[in-house]
Design a protein around this ligand. Sequence first.
Ligand code: OAD
Length: 254
Amino acid sequence: MYQQIVILTGAGISAESGINTFRDQDGLWEEHKIEDVATPEGYARNPVMVEAFYNARIAQLHDGKVTPNKGHHALVKLEQEFNGELLIVTQNIDDLHERAGSRRLLHMHGELFKSRCPQSQQTFMLQDTFGPEHTCTCCIPAQRLRPHVVWFGEIPIGLDRIQDALDSCDLFIAIGTSGTVYPAAGFVDTANYHGAQTIEVNLAEADRHSKFQYHVQGKASQRLPDLVNHILQGRKVSDLSCAVTDNLIGKGDI
Ligand code: OAD
């Protein structure tokens, strides 16, 4: 039985809820330039365009069609029934984990439904959408509130807490993330270094140079319920026939 689990989620877990990933076909970064909408410099150049980008994401989440999927729900079941420590670290700024019921959750890249004062760094719940009329109540003169989103070149949220959890976890699971953005992409190295078992759940095949010990290929919504049941039965992921060893990629099933 594991004692401490750290789970990293990425855009892939929300894909089946209807939210586009960043780097897959039709991904957000095909339509938008990172330097325009996801950097402090882009925001300084054109806050209206950046706000419009995030307002469109907010509108999509308000659309009744976007709801948590079985992948999100499986993680809630794990959180509720697992007896040890558990932390879900998400790179996603949507609120689908919370809507599903996850509580032990850290948004390392920020949250779409929060705004932040650029001067005091105080966060505010976003009532509606971003715009010049949204100003802080903490400064004189009031500052225009910015999205509470970590942009490229900024430091992710909660790194000390994540580091502590990774240092002592015995299972690290990464779900639906391409592993291209650091520091999240390096979490698997830390977990491996500390002797944890590391497993990835991804629609794509295991990378030839994968740093994960185990790889489960498929949609998060389809693979996570079985993986969660496996863990809750007190079994190890090393019982699964999905090891990635010596660049020989095993494509096992749960
Ligand atoms: P990416 O778009 O880079 O990667 C999405 C991953 O999800 C890919 O590896 C897909 O194969 C996988 N995937 C797609 N659909 C899936 C499904 N149904 N089930 C399982 N896996 C699936 O998204 P992230 O890795 O989350 O940061 O991107 C990391 C960061 O890059 C984001 O947080 C964002 C972005 O730039 C910032 O904006 C700071």
